[in-house]
Design a protein around this ligand. Structure first.
Ligand SMILES: [Zn+2]
Length: 274
């Protein structure tokens, strides 16, 4: 493992920055390249209308007959959600609003608008893909709970978890990717660092009993050495990566201090072959 020390951390708030990550699938992950992501934009959604969601609910600005999707602007945030119906969009807002403070604890923040689109099927990606964020850090696509229910049996990590719980956790995972992309140094934006942050936040979002089960099933004797949290494990065994990341995060001296070190480029999980 390398420790990337940077004396002048450059913000990654750059649409042309290095490719980010596109994964969170039942099967092997894929690395997101801009071209790949551009094929997966939510184009084709027609009949969208805007709904402004506030703390106590959603205020419908316009709801024409036959609308195919609703867009909600989450209260006091840079996040908007487009979903098949307003209640689903609002529930995603609720999940996001619960996630942003946890991210902030680790100094991860959204500084640019972020759109989240919920679809029953994700065009342009594998049938086993639960969701992804587009590499520019500003757009996320997530399969709906109904869509997830059809494919969870293909996943070791999610197979015994209720689709609604999986769905919420995927939203957390992808929002964490976006926050890391928008916050971290460019040098920090490698796959392992990205997935560490995303899986830690996702595991944090699970009910305790779910989290414990995942660690029991896929974890290891502690301590978890950082070298175990590498790109290869993240790609071929995401369930193990999730468990190990959570165990590592909870070891003394790690937690948000470790995440901040990743963000600042003071440490990295990227393996540099020399
Ligand atoms: Zn991920």
């Amino acid at each position: 493992m390398s420790a990337n020390a940077t004396s002048s951390c450059q913000s990654s708030n750059n649409p042309t920055a290095a490719p980010g990550i596109d994964k969170d699938q039942a099967g092997p992950a894929v690395i997101c390249h801009p071209d790949y992501a551009s094929q997966s934009r939510g184009d084709g959604l027609i009949g969208q209308k805007t709904v402004a969601a506030f703390a106590l609910g959603a205020m419908v600005l316009s709801l024409p007959t036959g609308a195919l999707a609703e867009t909600v602007v989450c209260s006091e945030s840079l996040v908007s959600v487009t979903a098949p119906n307003a209640s689903r969009a609002q529930s995603v807002c609720t999940t996001v609003m619960a996630t942003l403070p946890k991210l902030a604890q680790c100094d991860l923040r959204l500084s640019h608008p972020l759109s989240i689109t919920v679809l029953n099927d994700l065009p342009g990606v594998s049938d086993t893909c639960f969701g992804y964020y587009v590499c520019d850090g500003h757009r996320i696509f997530v399969r709906s709970p109904g869509g997830i229910a059809e494919i969870t049996q293909l996943s070791r990590l999610y197979k015994h978890i209720a689709p609604e719980v999986v769905f919420d956790s995927i939203v957390v995972h992808e929002v964490s990717h976006a926050a890391f992309e928008q916050t971290a140094c460019e040098d920090a934006l490698c796959l392992a660092n990205h997935e560490y942050v995303a899986y830690v936040m996702q595991m944090w979002s699970f009910p305790l009993v779910v989290r414990q089960k995942i660690v029991e099933q896929f974890g290891q004797d502690e301590p978890v050495e950082p070298i175990r949290l590498n790109d290869l494990i993240a790609v071929i065994a995401p369930e193990k990566f999730a468990a190990l990341a959570w165990q590592h995060f909870n070891q003394p001296g790690n937690g948000c201090d470790f995440v901040r070190a990743l963000v600042n480029g003071n440490v990295s999980l990227e393996i540099l072959w020399q």
